[in-house]
Design a protein around this ligand. Structure first.
Ligand code: SF4
Ligand code: SF4
Length: 137
């Protein structure tokens, strides 16, 4: 395997600035596990989560957003109101394949996210685990 640029790990701690929750047409894809987690968080059924907070985008189930592009769960001054139950896509950021393709890809994402390259050091092994299994916390 070629040597990867993150062999010594990468730093990331979310600053909860909300920038990534406020991207017009930014799509948050949902897994079955995400729906279950959100349903448990609000004590709702999966069907209620579908109808209140999601819609279909082609064959995918995705989170709704407000007319200004903010995620349905983002609140000014509070950030994500379902942080402990946020979807897999949100919990695994920024350790997404497209950001880990190269140092350039990582730096380009970091230019938009103040939490990248500071805070907690994730080891190579931890990053690989997130890539293959997602993230629990
Ligand atoms: S842009 Fe980065 S620091 Fe800001 S909320 Fe998103 S992940 Fe956290
Ligand atoms: S679910 Fe939470 S973390 Fe994910 S985009 Fe919405 S507000 Fe942001």
């Amino acid at each position: 395997m070629d040597e990867v640029f993150y062999k010594n790990g990468l730093r990331f701690s979310c600053q909860k600035c909300g920038k990534c929750c406020r991207i017009p047409n930014g799509i948050v894809y949902l897994t079955e596990k995400d729906i279950k987690r959100i349903a448990e968080f609000f004590d709702l059924s999966g069907e209620e989560v579908f109808s209140r907070f999601t819609h279909r985008e082609h064959k995918y189930r995705v989170l709704n957003e407000f007319s200004n592009g903010d995620c349905i769960f983002f609140r000014e001054g509070k950030g994500c109101i379902i942080y402990s139950a946020r979807p897999e896509q949100c919990r695994t950021f920024p350790f997404w394949r497209q950001n880990l393709r190269s140092q350039i890809a990582w730096d380009s994402a970091a230019a938009e996210c103040p939490g990248m390259n500071s805070g907690k050091l994730y080891s190579f092994e931890e990053i690989e685990k997130i890539l293959s299994n997602g993230k629990d916390t």
